[in-house]
Design a binder for this molecule. Structure first.
Ligand code: SF4
Length: 76
């Protein structure tokens, strides 16, 4: 089984250290299904857990944040 298949079978928790968000918006362009921007361009989460097809883009969105605001961690 490929690594990508393993990732998509697990559930991940997403956390956002919102006070440190600088509003670059890279996360929202990488994974707009989960990372949303408010009227001030600051991130908020559409959901705090992710599984299945969105896991890879959720991780990519978190990793591209220059302020390291977003964390995606395995919960089961
Ligand atoms: S990439 Fe990081 S700093 Fe930019 S909007 Fe997303 S969470 Fe905020």
């Amino acid at each position: 089984m490929s690594n990508a298949a393993n990732i998509s079978k697990s559930t991940y928790k997403i956390t956002a250290d919102i006070p440190n968000c600088c509003g670059y918006g890279l996360c929202a362009s990488m994974c707009p299904e989960i990372y949303k921007l408010d009227d001030n361009g600051i991130v908020y989460l559409a959901t705090d857990t992710v599984s299945g097809d969105l896991v890879e883009s959720a991780i990519e969105g978190a990793e591209c944040c220059p302020a390291e605001v977003l964390k995606v961690t395995l919960i089961d």
